[in-house]
Write a protein that binds this ligand. Structure first.
Ligand SMILES: Nc1ncnc2c1ncn2[C@@H]1O[C@H](COP(=O)(O)OP(=O)(O)O)[C@@H](O)[C@H]1O
Ligand SMILES: [Mg+2]
Length: 364
């Protein structure tokens, strides 16, 4: 498992386990988050993301392990005394209060002089671009605007850490993408550490400095978006992040530093990296769709194999072609730029692979 930690630990999650009766929601999570990082917890529904976030916030007590934030152990610190604040997926705004009153509610326990509290409210509204809508009620706002109210109410307390539990999940795709950009800019401008939970891998890649990929309560990999995309630590991570093709293969040994495999269709190729068991054991070569190419001219001197076209999907900025390969149980997906000519259906086709973009996996 790759588990590189950059910078000093601002948040330290030290061997944290959380059980609910027989269910292990979080299983020995151990990693740290740097000050000012945009850090995401990414994984399928039920993998323990919310539980870990609630442990950070102090709403749940870990069954084992410890949380430290900014050099302080959190074991005996109740939620309201922690330097954290949480934003939920459902817009937790009060329908009977105006935008301004909703945001001011975040300050209620601080008992600030009126002028100071009003200034803080105006600042928070400006941060989320709601200054012009301060007197509206939540039912006069769009979903995205309501979520900004919730953000402003969390930010007004100036927490050191903002915990966000799928805050954009209820928004439609277009609005979600706009809010992603805004959220990233907001995080940069306020410099607060964000711990962001999402099951949407594109969202995690687009927003984060680093991502922790979780399955079944366990952290499978931690890395930058590029690291987890280009060098997934396991077959499971590779399949979850983006699209991944798996070619059945057998490992044959090392040659000049590379791993030599017998790969279905592609023959004997040398791949740069991967995990594997012993020689001759079944394994899989993983290649992303954008690292494969289709051609109707038989290529020379490259790893190539005849394939048949099953279907094509035009996606605007790119196309996805599914091709059948003898010996491969699943169709192989090839991504092509939209400018490229579509493969001819009535001519023989070859699939060309770039072995330097391949990874070898033996886990399954
Ligand atoms: N309060 C609880 N009581 C019992 N089981 C829970 C509780 N909260 C979460 N779980 C279980 O713990 C696991 C992880 O849940 P959760 O952290 O909500 O996952 P995620 O946020 O990744 O979808 C799930 O199996 C869930 O059913
Ligand atoms: Mg959740």
């Amino acid at each position: 498992m790759r588990n590189a930690v950059t910078g000093p630990a601002f948040i330290l999650i030290d061997h944290v386990t959380k059980r609910f009766g027989p269910i292990v929601a979080v299983d020995e999570a151990s990693f740290s988050i740097g000050r000012g990082e945009f850090f995401s917890l990414l994984g399928p529904s039920g993998c323990g993301k919310t539980t870990l976030l609630r442990v950070l916030a102090g709403f749940e007590t870990p069954t084992a392990g410890e949380i430290w934030i900014d050099g302080q152990p959190m074991a005996t610190v109740p939620p309201y005394r922690r330097p954290t604040n949480m934003v939920f997926q459902s817009y937790a705004v009060f329908p009977h209060l105006s935008v301004r009153q909703n945001v001011a509610y975040g300050l209620r326990v601080e008992r600030l002089p009126r002028a100071q509290s009003e200034r803080r409210v105006e600042e928070a509204l400006a941060l989320v671009q709601l200054s012009g809508l301060a007197d509206r009620r939540p039912n006069q706002l769009s979903g995205g605007q309501r979520q900004r109210v919730a953000l402003a109410r969390a930010l007004i307390k100036r927490p050191k850490v903002l915990l966000l539990d799928e805050p954009l999940a209820a928004l439609d795709k277009k609005l979600r993408e706009e809010m992603q950009v805004e959220l990233r800019q907001l995080q940069r401008s306020v410099g607060i550490t964000f711990v962001f939970v999402t099951h949407d891998q594109e969202e995690a890649l687009a927003l984060s400095d680093r991502v922790a990929v979780m399955f079944d309560g366990r952290v499978a990999q931690i890395g930058s978006p590029r690291e987890i995309y280009d060098r997934p630590a396991s077959r499971t991570v590779g399949a979850f992040i983006g699209s991944m093709n798996f070619f059945p293969a057998a490992y044959r040994g090392r040659e000049n530093g590379a791993l030599v495999v017998d790969c279905a269709g592609l023959g004997k190729i040398a791949v740069p990296e991967g995990n594997r068991r012993g020689e001759g054991e079944p394994a899989a070569v993983a290649i992303r769709p954008e690292r494969l190419r289709l051609t109707d001219r038989p290529p020379t001197g490259q790893a190539a194999v005849p394939v048949r076209l099953i279907s094509s999907a035009f996606l605007g900025d790119r196309s996805h072609h599914l091709v059948g390969l003898e010996g491969a149980p699943q169709p192989i997906m090839v991504a092509a730029q939209s400018g490229e000519a579509p493969p001819a259906e009535d001519r023989p086709l070859w699939l060309v692979a770039d072995p330097s973009a391949a990874l070898l996996f033996s886990d399954d």
